[in-house]
Design a binder for this molecule. Structure first.
Ligand code: NAP
Length: 290
C-alpha cells in the first residue's frame, strides 16, 4: 500500500464510548474517511457533524472499510456485536482494542486470519498524540498493512504473532499502575495524618518513582540472568525499613494492610532461602517457585 492510499484509508470504528469516540475523532482529524457504529446511535451525532458516516447496522459498518476497529466495554460485547458478522470480516482486518484476557484475544483471532489485538495504554484525551502508546500483537501482515493508520492513534508497538501478548502486556503494565497508585495513596494517608497535603507529597513521589525506574532496569537484567546479587541493598535491609512503614502506619492509625503485605512477601522470600540477595529475588515468589 503506498503512502497516499494509507493516508486515505477508510476506517470503521465500532463502539463509541469514551475511548471509541476518541479513536474515531483522531482518525477523522488525520483525514481518514471514518464510518462509525454504536448500540446507542445518538452517541455518533457529534462525530457525524465532524464528517463521520453513521452505519445503520454492524454489518454495514464492517463492510464499509478494510480496517475495522472495535472498542467495546468487554469481550462479551464484542462476541455479541461483531461475532454474528464474522463472514463479513473476510478480506478485512479486525483490530480489537477492547480490553480482555490473552485467551479471549486468541479466541477472537480464530474469527479471521487478519486479526490484530491491541491494548491502549492511554486515556481518551491523549489519543492521537505520541504519548498515547498502543500495544499490538497478532497477524504481522495485517499490522503492517495498517500500521501507518494505527499510528494516527498514538505510538504503536507490535509484539509478534501471539494475539494474546498485547493483552498480557496490558494487565502487567496496569498492575504496575495499581501498585504505584496504592503506594502513593498509602503514603499520602500517612503524611496526611501529619497534616502534609497530598499535593505537597506528590512532587517527591514523582521524583522517587523516576529513581525506581532505574531499579527496574537493573533488576530486569538480574532476573534474566537468574542471579540476584545484592548490588544495591540486601533483602534484610529492605525488611528492616519496611517494618518502620508498618509501625508508622499503625502509630498514625491508618490501614496497615498494604505495608504488612509487602513485609510478609519479603519475609517469605528470606524464609525460602533468599537471605542476602537483592530485592529482585522476589521474582521467585511471584513465579510460585520459592
Ligand atoms: P465506555 O465509555 O463505557 O463505552 C463502552 C462501549 O461499549 C459503548 O460504545 C457501549 O455502547 C458499548 N457496549 C457495551 N456493552 C455492549 C453490548 N452488550 N453490545 C453493544 N455495545 C456495547 O468504555 P470506554 O472507556 O470507551 O472503554 C472501551 C474499552 O477501552 C474497554 O475495554 C476499556 O478497558 C478500554 N480502555 C479504556 C480506557 C479509558 O481510559 N477509557 C483506556 C484504555 C483502554 P453504548 O454507548 O450503547 O452503551
Amino acid at each position: 500500500m503506498n503512502n497516499e492510499s494509507v493516508s486515505n484509508e477508510s476506517v470503521t470504528v465500532i463502539g463509541l464510548g469514551l475511548m471509541g469516540k476518541a479513536l474515531a475523532t483522531a482518525l477523522l482529524k488525520a483525514g481518514h474517511p471514518t464510518t462509525v457504529c454504536n448500540r446507542t446511535a445518538a452517541k455518533a451525532d457529534d462525530l457525524v457533524a465532524k464528517g463521520a458516516t453513521l452505519a445503520p447496522t454492524v454489518g454495514d459498518a464492517i463492510r464499509a472499510s478494510s480496517l475495522v476497529i472495535v472498542c467495546l466495554s468487554d469481550v462479551a460485547a464484542v462476541r455479541d456485536t461483531v461475532g454474528p458478522h464474522r463472514a463479513d470480516l473476510a478480506g478485512r482486518t479486525l483490530v480489537n482494542l477492547t480490553s480482555g484476557t490473552s485467551d479471549e484475544a486468541r479466541e477472537i483471532a480464530g474469527w479471521t486470519p487478519e486479526y490484530v489485538d491491541g491494548a491502549i495504554m492511554a486515556i481518551p484525551e491523549v489519543i492521537g498524540q505520541p504519548e498515547a502508546f498502543l500495544l499490538f500483537s497478532g497477524s504481522p501482515t495485517a499490522f503492517e498493512k495498517h500500521e501507518e493508520t494505527l499510528k494516527r492513534l498514538g505510538t504503536a508497538t507490535f509484539f509478534g504473532t501471539d494475539p494474546g501478548l498485547a493483552s498480557l502486556y496490558d494487565v502487567a503494565l496496569l498492575g504496575i499502575m495499581w501498585g504505584m497508585l496504592n503506594a502513593f495513596l498509602h503514603g499520602a494517608a500517612l503524611l496526611g495524618a501529619a497534616k502534609v497535603a497530598a499535593s505537597d507529597f506528590a512532587p517527591f513521589a514523582n521524583q522517587w518513582v523516576s529513581s525506581v525506574t532505574g531499579f527496574i532496569t537493573a533488576y530486569a537484567a538480574q532476573i534474566d540472568r537468574g542471579s540476584y546479587p545484592p548490588e544495591d541493598a540486601a533483602l534484610e535491609t529492605h525488611l528492616a525499613t519496611m517494618k518502620y512503614l508498618v509501625r508508622e502506619s499503625a502509630a498514625a492509625g491508618i490501614d496497615t494492610d498494604w505495608p504488612a503485605r509487602i513485609q510478609a512477601l519479603t519475609e517469605r522470600a528470606i524464609d525460602a532461602g533468599h537471605s542476602g540477595t537483592s530485592y529482585s529475588s522476589l521474582i521467585e515468589l511471584f513465579r510460585g517457585r520459592a
